[in-house]
Design a protein around this ligand. Structure first.
Ligand SMILES: C[S@@+](CC[C@H](N)C(=O)[O-])C[C@H]1O[C@@H](n2cnc3c(N)ncnc32)[C@H](O)[C@@H]1O
Length: 198
Protein backbone atom coordinates (compact mmCIF):
# COMPACT_ATOMS: atom_id res chain seq x y z
CA UNK A 1 0.00 0.00 0.00
CA UNK A 2 1.43 3.46 -0.85
CA UNK A 3 2.52 5.79 1.95
CA UNK A 4 -0.15 8.37 2.93
CA UNK A 5 1.91 11.22 1.42
CA UNK A 6 2.01 9.63 -2.04
CA UNK A 7 -1.45 8.07 -1.98
CA UNK A 8 -3.19 11.02 -3.65
CA UNK A 9 -0.22 12.88 -5.08
CA UNK A 10 -1.76 12.29 -8.53
CA UNK A 11 -4.95 10.78 -9.96
CA UNK A 12 -2.89 7.83 -11.19
CA UNK A 13 -1.46 7.05 -7.73
CA UNK A 14 -4.94 7.35 -6.20
CA UNK A 15 -6.34 5.08 -8.93
CA UNK A 16 -3.65 2.50 -8.08
CA UNK A 17 -4.59 2.79 -4.41
CA UNK A 18 -8.22 1.89 -5.24
CA UNK A 19 -7.09 -0.94 -7.53
CA UNK A 20 -5.06 -2.44 -4.69
CA UNK A 21 -8.18 -2.54 -2.56
CA UNK A 22 -10.33 -3.92 -5.32
CA UNK A 23 -8.33 -6.45 -7.36
CA UNK A 24 -7.39 -9.92 -6.11
CA UNK A 25 -5.16 -12.59 -7.67
CA UNK A 26 -7.20 -14.53 -10.22
CA UNK A 27 -9.38 -11.56 -11.26
CA UNK A 28 -10.10 -10.54 -14.85
CA UNK A 29 -9.00 -6.96 -15.51
CA UNK A 30 -8.79 -4.58 -18.48
CA UNK A 31 -6.39 -1.76 -19.33
CA UNK A 32 -8.33 0.27 -21.92
CA UNK A 33 -5.37 2.58 -22.69
CA UNK A 34 -2.07 0.66 -22.31
CA UNK A 35 0.31 3.43 -23.42
CA UNK A 36 3.77 2.76 -21.99
CA UNK A 37 2.40 -0.11 -19.88
CA UNK A 38 2.93 1.37 -16.41
CA UNK A 39 -0.73 0.90 -15.45
CA UNK A 40 -0.86 -2.48 -17.21
CA UNK A 41 2.02 -3.75 -15.09
CA UNK A 42 0.34 -2.62 -11.84
CA UNK A 43 -2.85 -4.43 -12.90
CA UNK A 44 -0.91 -7.54 -13.92
CA UNK A 45 0.89 -7.67 -10.57
CA UNK A 46 -2.45 -7.45 -8.73
CA UNK A 47 -4.56 -9.83 -10.82
CA UNK A 48 -2.28 -12.42 -12.36
CA UNK A 49 -0.53 -15.52 -11.10
CA UNK A 50 1.15 -18.15 -13.30
CA UNK A 51 -2.11 -20.15 -13.29
CA UNK A 52 -4.93 -17.65 -12.66
CA UNK A 53 -6.33 -14.30 -13.74
CA UNK A 54 -6.58 -12.62 -17.11
CA UNK A 55 -5.59 -9.18 -18.36
CA UNK A 56 -6.90 -7.61 -21.58
CA UNK A 57 -5.03 -4.56 -22.84
CA UNK A 58 -6.05 -2.13 -25.60
CA UNK A 59 -4.31 0.67 -27.44
CA UNK A 60 -4.70 2.08 -30.94
CA UNK A 61 -0.90 2.41 -31.25
CA UNK A 62 1.05 -0.79 -32.00
CA UNK A 63 4.16 0.94 -30.64
CA UNK A 64 2.40 1.42 -27.27
CA UNK A 65 1.54 -2.27 -27.11
CA UNK A 66 5.14 -3.19 -27.98
CA UNK A 67 6.36 -1.04 -25.07
CA UNK A 68 3.73 -2.57 -22.80
CA UNK A 69 4.73 -6.10 -23.78
CA UNK A 70 8.40 -5.30 -23.18
CA UNK A 71 7.65 -3.88 -19.72
CA UNK A 72 5.53 -6.92 -18.74
CA UNK A 73 8.05 -9.42 -20.09
CA UNK A 74 10.84 -7.78 -18.08
CA UNK A 75 8.88 -7.88 -14.82
CA UNK A 76 6.78 -11.07 -14.94
CA UNK A 77 7.58 -14.75 -15.38
CA UNK A 78 6.59 -16.32 -18.71
CA UNK A 79 3.42 -18.19 -17.53
CA UNK A 80 2.11 -15.01 -15.85
CA UNK A 81 2.92 -12.94 -18.93
CA UNK A 82 1.04 -15.47 -21.06
CA UNK A 83 -2.16 -14.52 -19.22
CA UNK A 84 -2.07 -11.08 -20.90
CA UNK A 85 -3.90 -10.44 -24.20
CA UNK A 86 -2.95 -7.20 -25.94
CA UNK A 87 -5.25 -5.85 -28.67
CA UNK A 88 -4.23 -3.18 -31.17
CA UNK A 89 -7.73 -1.77 -31.47
CA UNK A 90 -9.98 0.94 -30.09
CA UNK A 91 -11.36 0.39 -26.59
CA UNK A 92 -14.84 1.09 -27.98
CA UNK A 93 -14.60 -2.47 -29.35
CA UNK A 94 -13.72 -4.17 -26.07
CA UNK A 95 -17.13 -5.84 -25.91
CA UNK A 96 -16.28 -7.68 -29.15
CA UNK A 97 -13.38 -9.40 -27.37
CA UNK A 98 -14.49 -9.81 -23.75
CA UNK A 99 -17.43 -11.75 -22.33
CA UNK A 100 -20.24 -9.70 -20.68
CA UNK A 101 -20.35 -9.43 -16.86
CA UNK A 102 -16.98 -11.15 -16.48
CA UNK A 103 -14.58 -8.39 -15.43
CA UNK A 104 -13.54 -6.98 -12.02
CA UNK A 105 -11.80 -3.78 -13.06
CA UNK A 106 -11.48 -1.65 -16.21
CA UNK A 107 -8.95 1.20 -16.23
CA UNK A 108 -8.91 4.19 -18.59
CA UNK A 109 -6.04 6.69 -18.50
CA UNK A 110 -7.15 9.23 -21.09
CA UNK A 111 -5.19 11.65 -23.28
CA UNK A 112 -1.98 11.03 -25.19
CA UNK A 113 1.13 8.98 -24.63
CA UNK A 114 3.82 11.04 -22.87
CA UNK A 115 6.96 11.61 -25.01
CA UNK A 116 5.12 10.53 -28.14
CA UNK A 117 2.84 11.83 -30.93
CA UNK A 118 0.39 14.10 -29.07
CA UNK A 119 -2.04 14.08 -31.98
CA UNK A 120 -2.89 10.44 -31.18
CA UNK A 121 -5.09 10.81 -28.15
CA UNK A 122 -8.36 9.59 -26.77
CA UNK A 123 -11.47 11.35 -28.12
CA UNK A 124 -14.86 12.05 -26.58
CA UNK A 125 -16.90 9.89 -28.98
CA UNK A 126 -14.75 6.74 -28.67
CA UNK A 127 -14.23 7.28 -24.93
CA UNK A 128 -18.01 7.41 -24.53
CA UNK A 129 -18.47 4.22 -26.61
CA UNK A 130 -15.67 2.58 -24.60
CA UNK A 131 -17.39 3.44 -21.34
CA UNK A 132 -20.74 2.15 -22.58
CA UNK A 133 -19.04 -1.11 -23.58
CA UNK A 134 -17.20 -1.24 -20.24
CA UNK A 135 -20.48 -1.07 -18.28
CA UNK A 136 -21.70 -4.25 -19.96
CA UNK A 137 -18.49 -6.13 -19.12
CA UNK A 138 -18.41 -5.51 -15.37
CA UNK A 139 -19.49 -8.17 -12.95
CA UNK A 140 -21.30 -7.24 -9.73
CA UNK A 141 -19.10 -4.96 -7.57
CA UNK A 142 -16.84 -4.40 -10.61
CA UNK A 143 -15.08 -1.06 -10.91
CA UNK A 144 -14.24 1.34 -13.75
CA UNK A 145 -11.53 3.92 -13.05
CA UNK A 146 -10.94 6.86 -15.38
CA UNK A 147 -8.10 9.37 -15.16
CA UNK A 148 -8.99 12.46 -17.20
CA UNK A 149 -7.06 15.59 -18.21
CA UNK A 150 -9.34 18.55 -18.95
CA UNK A 151 -6.29 20.85 -19.38
CA UNK A 152 -6.15 20.37 -23.19
CA UNK A 153 -8.88 21.08 -25.77
CA UNK A 154 -10.02 17.48 -26.50
CA UNK A 155 -9.68 16.74 -22.77
CA UNK A 156 -12.17 19.52 -21.99
CA UNK A 157 -14.71 18.02 -24.39
CA UNK A 158 -14.08 14.53 -22.98
CA UNK A 159 -14.57 15.86 -19.46
CA UNK A 160 -17.98 17.34 -20.33
CA UNK A 161 -19.05 14.04 -21.94
CA UNK A 162 -17.73 12.07 -18.97
CA UNK A 163 -19.51 14.30 -16.50
CA UNK A 164 -22.81 13.94 -18.37
CA UNK A 165 -22.33 10.16 -18.75
CA UNK A 166 -21.67 9.69 -15.02
CA UNK A 167 -24.52 11.96 -13.93
CA UNK A 168 -27.00 9.89 -15.97
CA UNK A 169 -26.07 6.53 -14.41
CA UNK A 170 -28.90 5.13 -12.29
CA UNK A 171 -27.86 5.56 -8.65
CA UNK A 172 -29.62 2.31 -7.75
CA UNK A 173 -27.28 0.40 -10.07
CA UNK A 174 -24.07 2.44 -10.11
CA UNK A 175 -22.04 4.20 -7.43
CA UNK A 176 -20.06 7.09 -8.94
CA UNK A 177 -17.29 9.10 -7.27
CA UNK A 178 -15.13 11.96 -8.52
CA UNK A 179 -11.78 13.36 -7.27
CA UNK A 180 -10.25 16.69 -8.32
CA UNK A 181 -6.83 18.32 -7.80
CA UNK A 182 -7.98 21.95 -7.87
CA UNK A 183 -4.58 23.53 -7.17
CA UNK A 184 -2.80 21.71 -10.02
CA UNK A 185 -2.29 23.10 -13.50
CA UNK A 186 -4.58 21.32 -15.96
CA UNK A 187 -6.55 19.94 -12.98
CA UNK A 188 -6.51 16.17 -13.64
CA UNK A 189 -9.43 14.15 -12.33
CA UNK A 190 -10.19 10.61 -11.20
CA UNK A 191 -13.61 9.09 -11.76
CA UNK A 192 -14.75 5.78 -10.26
CA UNK A 193 -17.85 3.85 -11.28
CA UNK A 194 -18.80 0.77 -9.26
CA UNK A 195 -21.52 -1.66 -10.29
CA UNK A 196 -23.72 -2.14 -7.25
CA UNK A 197 -26.01 -4.86 -8.54
CA UNK A 198 -26.16 -7.32 -11.44
C1 LIG B 1 -2.26 8.64 -21.22
S1 LIG B 1 -1.81 7.36 -22.32
C2 LIG B 1 -1.98 5.93 -21.29
C3 LIG B 1 -0.87 5.76 -20.28
C4 LIG B 1 -0.69 4.34 -19.86
N1 LIG B 1 -1.85 3.81 -19.14
C5 LIG B 1 0.60 4.08 -19.09
O1 LIG B 1 0.56 3.61 -17.93
O2 LIG B 1 1.67 4.34 -19.65
C6 LIG B 1 -3.26 7.18 -23.35
C7 LIG B 1 -3.15 6.07 -24.39
O3 LIG B 1 -4.45 5.89 -24.96
C8 LIG B 1 -4.27 5.45 -26.28
N2 LIG B 1 -5.53 5.63 -27.04
C9 LIG B 1 -5.99 6.74 -27.65
N3 LIG B 1 -7.20 6.49 -28.19
C10 LIG B 1 -7.50 5.21 -27.90
C11 LIG B 1 -8.62 4.37 -28.19
N4 LIG B 1 -9.68 4.83 -28.86
N5 LIG B 1 -8.60 3.08 -27.77
C12 LIG B 1 -7.52 2.60 -27.07
N6 LIG B 1 -6.44 3.35 -26.77
C13 LIG B 1 -6.43 4.64 -27.17
C14 LIG B 1 -3.10 6.29 -26.79
O4 LIG B 1 -2.50 5.68 -27.92
C15 LIG B 1 -2.19 6.36 -25.56
O5 LIG B 1 -1.22 5.35 -25.62
Amino acid sequence: MPQPDTMFSSPVSLAHFYWRHHVRPGDRVVDATCGNGHDTLVLAQLALTPSEGHLFGFDVQKMALARTHERLAAALDAPTCARVELHARCHAEMDQVIERTSVHLIAFNLGYLPNSDKTIKTAATTTLSGLQAALTLLQQDGLISIVSYPGHEEGKIEEAVLCDFCARLDQGLWCVCHHEWPNRKAGPRLWLIRKITQ
